[in-house]
Design a protein around this ligand. Structure first.
Ligand SMILES: [Zn+2]
Length: 135
């Protein structure tokens, strides 16, 4: 079963980025091996939208190449929900076209208690996966 382990320092970096980019959705890619995240790539939300994100294909291509060179795998694509819960939106489900990745959503709806969750999206169906923050 798919699961994800995120080191605490990378989790912190996601939160800092997500908070810095409010009210825009922040996004990025997590790379690692065997479900264990080792590297974070901050990406530009080319839509600059508060309820939608889009990554530039050239930027994504560069990251994919870097991940491969490092001998890692693309494990997850993350984005923030500045004002909504940590659940994929209809739009997220429609645009979840990258195979074999976990979609991570960090919700800042409660500014004092950010929530991070991971999902697999297949044919419009969402399955929540276990995400552990490790030190
Ligand atoms: Zn979303």
């Amino acid at each position: 079963m798919a699961k994800l382990e995120i080191p605490n320092d990378i989790f912190e970096q996601i939160l800092v980025q997500a908070e810095a980019e409010v009210p825009i959705e922040a996004c990025g890619i997590l790379a690692g091996i065997d479900g264990k995240v080792e590297k974070l790539y901050k990406m530009t939300n080319t839509d600059q939208s508060s309820d939608h994100f889009m990554m530039a294909p050239e930027e994504q291509f560069k990251v994919v190449k870097d991940i491969r060179t490092a001998g890692l795998e693309m494990l997850a694509i993350y984005h923030s929900h500045p004002a909504s819960p940590a659940r994929p939106s209809q739009e997220d489900i429609k645009l979840a076209l990258t195979p074999d990745v976990i979609y991570v959503i960090v919700s800042l709806q409660d500014a004092n208690a950010p929530v991070l969750k991971g999902f697999i999206v297949e044919n419009g169906n969402i399955t929540e996966v276990s995400v552990t923050i490790v030190s």
